[in-house]
Write a protein that binds this ligand. Structure first.
Ligand code: MTE
Length: 314
């Protein structure tokens, strides 16, 4: 692991070393010279007024919110590159967040492919200020705008066989240069939740942040936010939701199963094989702070894992 004195962890940290090394070789090639997008001002990427009237809810952590600049310029979105500044440089000029549809299928009575704006109307928009903790050891506090995941899922009437929910991101090589090479990463980006995790009131679908439409680099037009889990579970730019009986395969678990478990709940007592999770660096702060169990949401979510050995089933 490469350690930097300031400014957060190295890009190489989340990426298994084998992939990271070949990625460096790949970057020196043609793709490095590819499209570099300009940052489109927030709010210009979707119909004006989409986010009007978001109500503040009880989900407001009191910690100081991370600056908009950091939230939108220090990102992980490998479809646009593995360096933290690449999503902000490339995604706004390349990703087309409208028109956008989401396919909902599998073990449900009312499968459908729906326009994202129709999906957004499933429930009133809320503002929620959540802690956001990356497995790389950095954290932020982000004021999201969005809707409860359960409100969206309920519309499609999952059956009793829907034990899990699988999510997929867009993987369009024309818009996402990082997906052009399918030998390094198993595109599309995939994630999954147990159905009771997905239906938990904290599970959120974000369509904006800081009161504005979600910037491309943060996963426009719609992304998951699961504040008690490591950030990689919060899949961006979702195009597919599937109810299923079997546990879904996930992007990081497939790449490095010993490093990234299915649950990936924030847990200071379970270290990543390459680095400790006991502390974290809040972006914008200098000193490290202790990591909180379930990222500070234990009271709400611990019951989901009652009786499980979280060291073994991490
Ligand atoms: N979703 C997709 N499709 N592709 C990604 O590379 N990165 C994940 C997650 N969702 C990622 C993704 C990781 S590792 C983190 S920490 C968060 O998005 C980062 O979200 P942010 O850039 O909005 O802070």
């Amino acid at each position: 692991m490469i350690i930097r004195s300031a400014g957060g962890p190295a890009t190489s940290e989340i990426t298994p070393r084998r992939v990271w090394l070949s990625r460096r070789q790949w970057l020196t090639g043609a793709v490095a010279a590819g499209a570099v997008g300009m940052l489109v001002p927030l709010g210009r990427q979707a119909r004006a007024g989409t986010l009007a009237g978001a109500t503040k809810t009880r989900y407001q952590v009191e910690d100081k919110a991370t600056s908009l600049e950091d939230v939108t310029h220090y990102n992980n979105f490998y479809e646009f590159g593995t360096d933290k500044d690449e999503p902000a440089r490339r995604a706004p000029g390349l990703l087309r967040p409208r028109p956008w549809t989401v396919r909902v299928e599998g073990e449900c009575a009312a499968p459908a492919t729906v326009d994202v704006d129709d999906l957004i109307r499933s429930s009133a928009l809320e503002e929620r200020i959540y802690r956001h903790r990356c497995v790389e050891g950095w954290s932020m506090v982000i004021p999201w705008v969005g809707l409860p995941l359960s409100a969206v899922l309920d519309r499609f009437q999952p059956t009793s066989r829907a034990k899990y929910v699988a999510f997929e991101s867009l993987a369009d090589p024309a818009q996402m240069p990082g997906t052009r090479d399918r030998t390094l990463f198993p595109w599309p980006y995939r994630e999954g939740l147990r159905i009771d995790e997905a239906m938990h009131p904290l599970a959120f679908l974000a369509v904006g942040l800081y009161g504005e439409t979600l910037p491309a680099q943060n996963g426009a037009p719609i992304r998951l936010v699961l504040p008690w889990k490591y950030g990689f579970k919060s899949i961006k730019s979702v195009v597919s939701i599937r109810f299923q009986e079997a546990r879904p395969e996930t992007f990081w678990n497939r790449l490095a199963p010993s490093e990234y478990g299915f649950y990936s709940n924030v847990n200071p007592g379970v270290d990543h094989p390459r680095w400790s999770q006991a502390k974290e660096r809040r972006i914008g702060e200098f000193l490290r702070r202790p990591t909180l169990m379930f990222n500070g949401y234990a009271e709400e979510v611990a019951g989901l894992y009652a009786g499980m050995d979280l060291k073994r089933d991490f």
